[in-house]
Design a protein around this ligand. Structure first.
Ligand code: PLP
Length: 361
């Protein structure tokens, strides 16, 4: 089986796995300690959590604090719902291609909702007007479906000029490129070769958020609940590796991308080919029956759209936002590759996908 679905999740790094095992078994069996306990078991676990926090913090800009959450979805919800006192009834503006964690959350809130449009390349205009009544702007750095990279720094400046808080979903960017400056930033361990079930929220010093989950007051009172030292350690090790490997991983992805463009000659790329993370290849082909393709190419794991939306039967909101009609949306596939993808894997997968697609006529 060849795995080409790096936007859905990434293979666990062996270094991350090893770091976790230490806190499941641990030397002398102390790995199970509660990091919030004052005795030796607890202090050792707390030290592991704090080391992991420093390792994860290295992914973010200076001048802020990191708390661990159960996922990026939770981190995004903490900001969007927890900033209500700051919003004071003002509206929320989000890009038209945000992940459901932001889009559906904003839609479910009582505040006025504004969608910031993207062009047919999947990019927000850097001078996109932000409505006057908006108190929170949320724009992702890298899109999970089409990989486009937004001009986040400019949008952050516009949000600030309008007196709005700026939230960036950096889930698909973190560990691959420097994370953009924002007031609040959410990331997820499993998108950077860490474990599932843990995310992080970074917020700039001075930002005030109200907790969604109350209880023992952990994570600066913002996210009560006992942390898992194993998940934190796994996240920390994955983050450390990502920082060390940003350059070689990036070069590897560029080589895969260049070869993929040759291999998928005759397909059309959805979204900008340049302002894009090159580990994301979202393609369409006239007349393609994607469900049939996926059932015929069983040895390659890839996606028919966003993994989060797949199975819903709904056409992709992101592909619609870049102007594709329903027919073109349905002929699109997403291939995602990265650190552990071999060139041979890509070539074999492309051969299988192309053969099945051509056989459809
Ligand atoms: N934001 C983006 C861009 C994503 O790709 C995802 C996951 O697919 C999420 C948010 C949600 O992350 P998590 O799985 O940690 O909740």
């Amino acid at each position: 089986m060849i795995y080409l679905d790096y936007q859905a999740t990434t293979p666990l790094a062996p270094e991350s796995r090893d770091a976790m095992l230490r806190w499941l078994d641990g030397p002398e069996g102390v790995g199970f300690g509660n990091p919030h306990s004052p005795h030796r078991y607890g202090r050792q676990a707390a030290a592991a959590v704090e080391l992991a926090r420093d390792q994860v913090a290295a992914l973010f800009p200076p001048g802020g604090q990191v708390i661990f959450t159960g996922s990026a979805t939770e981190a995004l919800n903490i900001v969007m719902r927890g900033c209500q006192p700051v919003l004071a009834g003002r509206g929320i503006a989000v890009s038209a291609i945000e992940h459901a964690a932001v889009w559906d959350t904003a839609r479910s809130m009582a505040n006025a909702f504004h969608a910031i449009p993207v062009d047919d390349a999947g990019l927000i205009a850097s001078d996109a007007p932000i409505p006057a009544d908006v108190g929170l702007v949320a724009v992702m750095q890298v899109n999970n479906e089409i990989g486009t990279i937004q001009p986040v720094a400019e949008i952050a400046r516009a949000a600030k000029a309008g007196g709005a808080l700026f939230l960036c979903d950096a889930v698909q960017a973190a560990g691959r490129m420097p994370v953009a400056m924002a007031d609040c930033i959410a990331i997820s361990a499993h998108k950077l070769h860490g474990p599932k079930g843990i995310g992080a929220l970074w917020f700039r010093d001075g930002i005030e958020l109200a907790p969604l989950i109350t209880g023992g007051g952990q994570e600066k009172g913002l996210r009560s609940g006992t942390l898992s030292p194993a998940l934190c350690a796994g996240f920390g090790a994955a983050a450390k590796l990502a920082v060390e490997r940003t350059e070689p991983d990036g070069q590897h992805v560029e080589a895969l991308w260049t070869r993929a463009l040759e291999l998928f000659d005759g397909w059309t790329i959805n979204g900008s080919p340049t302002a894009r993370w090159h580990g994301n290849l979202n393609l369409r082909r006239t007349g393609l029956d994607v469900a049939r393709l996926m059932s015929e190419v069983r040895d390659v794991a890839f996606s028919a759209g966003s993994a989060c939306a797949s199975g819903s039967g709904k056409p992709s909101r992101v592909l619609q936002a870049i102007g594709l009609n329903d027919k073109d949306v349905k002929t699109s596939i997403r291939l995602g590759f990265g650190r552990y993808t071999g060139m041979q894997d890509l070539e074999s997968a492309a051969a299988a996908i192309n053969a099945a697609a051509r056989a459809q006529g």
